[in-house]
Design a protein around this ligand. Structure first.
Ligand code: ATP
Ligand code: MG
Length: 632
């Protein structure tokens, strides 16, 4: 087998050959005539001339070899349900859903907005859309009406698929009134709202608009809905970024490139084999849910677990019990979830038989070394950090195990993934950095590989101006993350470019300071932000959550611990990186997808308005910080 350096180089130098081969991992109704058309940069068209269907590759294709194998395993610890769909069952359900959508007049190119909890019908709806060439736009269930309304206006759906309620931690979270409010607020009203009634929360119906899923499903039990063969470049879906740095951007994904990219990633990155079980703990509202709860595992002929519930309910062993029960081989989660587990009894991690599990993949936020080590030792399994964005749809940086079994380095999401011509750019000169261990902005030289965003939905100009104009060379896609590469080609992400702190002329990534603080045994998680300071330009401020809150129960204890933490930073990074204050809080403000909202913390610390908070999980978290930093 070729070594990874050669494998990667070929993916860049012989793009046509490399991706032409990967394309053979999927089914084409008509083979592409051109691998990549980059005649109009930065717009890349992959697999031009090819016709395929995402649903066909995820479902129908497996009816020959594995019709009775598990495809979708639904587990809800909220409603105490467990339901398994074979590929044959899934095929039938998706056709029923597709028939319902068609009966409402949905055809190729129409948008369908999906605002749903983690239930199988959400998966049916996604697959049904791409089956008939409709473009889905999943909005995280539980987003408030204002966020939902702006997404309705942006995607202008003909139909919205929703449910009466989600559940979280044993509490019913009703959706329908939020949806009704959002439709009221929106300028574009959908013709129909298809309601899945779980019987959790009674809701008001709008005559002529709201229709009942169960009733319509019963009328379409045996309907056959063939796959619509679409051009490889036909959009499959739109999805919004998490909104960590401001207003979310509507990412538009293609069909052919995405199918190929996911199929290849199952083989080269996730090491998932047909017949095995994949368990991603994300939500269908996020990109990880799209790529690695629904499409990736199914394209790869794997069973996928769709889990509704918390990681610690009924207890912190729930995920691992599912690994044992369903012989999960590949698991995918986020650092934020691991930090939740870190606060629980570690005995839960060894209570179950995890022998089937090959590796735990983590993405979404910087994975600090102490957390990575903790989970790796507790599970006794390889931990693979992988770095990517909603925009890219699959990893930019990772360890590609299919082609290289290089050990991963703690604190690093690995090397540039095949297909990505990753570079570090010096912000002051705009030039690519060639030497090791020098900090710069992580960019990808165009064209972006298959599977990445085609454009910003309905706004080509925004696509170009947002991502491709940071540097004099217009061929560089900016990730807006700041990083460094070591002599072995491993990257380390240091934080977002707007999170870089400038203390008396020293540029520091918030991530470096956070990593250092996390190494103190009392700390569960921490956020560091730069705050304007008259003397130094900026100072670092840290807000930390303790594993055991009683360690800072009174002001004296808190001061003592604060001094200890500062000492750790002094010793590891030097006094220049020492935060001005380390404050203890019980929870950090995060987006619903689990990312720390550093810009909001910074704004509060500087007494400014905290901006768009529509994707925030728990407003009380920010209030806590406000109380701490506002002089009494
Ligand atoms: P927005 O773009 O709307 O501000 P967002 O960037 O948080 O929101 P996502 O696409 O969900 O939206 O997140 C991608 C970002 O998450 C990356 O750009 C990076 O900052 C961070 N990230 C993801 N994975 C990792 C990782 N493994 N290590 C470090 N950072 C990561
Ligand atoms: Mg982003």
């Amino acid at each position: 087998m070729t070594n990874y350096v050669d494998f990667h180089r070929r993916s860049i130098d012989d793009r046509e050959g490399f991706w032409g081969e990967q394309a053979q991992l999927v089914h084409w109704h008509e083979q592409p005539t051109q691998v990549c058309d980059y005649s109009n940069p930065p717009f890349a068209k992959w697999f031009v001339g090819g016709k395929t269907n995402l649903c066909y590759n995820a479902v129908d294709r497996h009816l020959v070899d594995r019709p009775d194998q598990n495809a979708l395993i639904f587990v809800s610890t909220e409603t105490e349900q467990e339901k398994i769909y074979s590929f044959r069952d899934l095929h039938a359900e998706v056709q029923r859903m597709a028939a319902i959508l068609q009966a409402q007049g949905v055809t190729k190119g129409d948008r369908v907005l999906i605002y749903m909890p983690m239930i199988p019908e959400a998966a049916f709806a996604m697959l049904a859309c791409v089956r008939i060439g409709a473009i889905h736009s999943v909005v995280f269930g539980g987003f408030a009406s204002h966020s939902l309304a702006s997404r309705i206006d942006d995607s202008q759906p003909k139909v919205i698929v929703s449910a009466d309620a989600g559940m979280r931690g044993g509490k019913v979270v009703p959706y329908k009134h939020l949806l009704d409010e959002a439709i009221n607020l929106a300028d574009n009203k959908p013709a129909r709202v298809l309601m899945v009634d779980r019987g959790l929360a009674p809701f008001a119906k709008t005559d002529g608009r709201d229709i009942d899923y169960a009733e319509l499903r019963a009328a379409h039990m045996d309907t056959v809905v063939p796959c619509e063969w679409v051009d490889a470049t036909h959009p499959s879906y739109t999805l919004y970024t998490s909104g960590t740095t401001g207003k979310p951007k509507g990412v538009q994904r293609d069909t052919g490139g995405y199918t190929v990219a996911l199929a290849a990633s199952m083989k080269h990155i996730y090491m998932g084999e047909p017949g095995e079980t994949y368990f991603s703990t994300s939500d269908i509202g996020w990109v990880v849910g799209h790529s690695y709860i629904i499409y990736g595992p199914l394209i790869g002929g794997m069973a996928t677990i769709m889990y509704e519930g918390l990681p610690i309910r009924p207890d912190a062993g729930i995920w691992w019990s599912l690994v044992e029960k369903y012989k999960v081989t590949v698991m995918f989660s986020a650092p934020t979830a691991v930090r939740v587990l870190k606060k629980q009894d570690p005995a839960f991690l060894t209570k179950y038989d995890l022998s089937s599990l090959k590796a735990l993949f983590l993405a979404g936020e910087p994975l600090d070394e102490p957390t990575a080590k903790w989970i790796s030792e507790a599970l006794g399994k390889p931990i693979v950090d992988n770095y990517w964005q909603t925009e890219t749809g699959w990893p930019i940086l990772a360890i590609c195990n299919g082609v290289e079994s290089a050990p991963s380095k703690f604190g690093s999401p690995g090397k540039a993934v095949y297909g990505y011509d990753v570079k570090l750019i010096d912000e002051s000169t705009g030039e690519a950095i060639t030497e090791a261990n020098k900090k710069g902005v992580v960019v990808v030289e165009g064209p972006l590989p298959p599977g990445c965003l085609q454009t910003v939905w309905g706004d080509d100009k925004r696509f170009v101006s947002t991502y491709w104009t940071s540097f004099p060379s217009k061929q560089m896609y900016s990730t807006f993350d700041w990083g460094v590469r070591d002599e072995d080609g491993y990257y380390f992400i240091l934080g977002r470019t707007d999170d870089v702190i400038n203390v008396a002329g020293h540029r520091l990534g918030t991530r470096e300071i956070e990593e250092s603080i996390s190494s103190h045994p009392a700390i569960a998680e921490v956020a560091v932000v730069g705050v304007a300071d008259q003397l130094k330009g900026q100072v670092a401020m840290a807000f930390a959550v303790l594993k055991d809150a009683s360690r800072a129960a009174n002001a004296d204890d808190a001061r003592k611990l604060e001094a200890e933490v500062m000492k750790v930073v002094d010793d590891q990074l030097g006094a220049v990186a020492r935060p001005a204050r380390v404050r203890f809080v019980t929870v950090l403000p995060k987006t619903r997808s689990g990312k720390v909202l550093r810009r909001a913390i910074q704004a509060v610390c500087e007494g400014r308005d905290s901006g768009d908070l529509t994707t925030m999980e728990d407003p009380a978290a920010l209030a806590q910080i406000k109380d701490l930093v506002t002089p009494a």
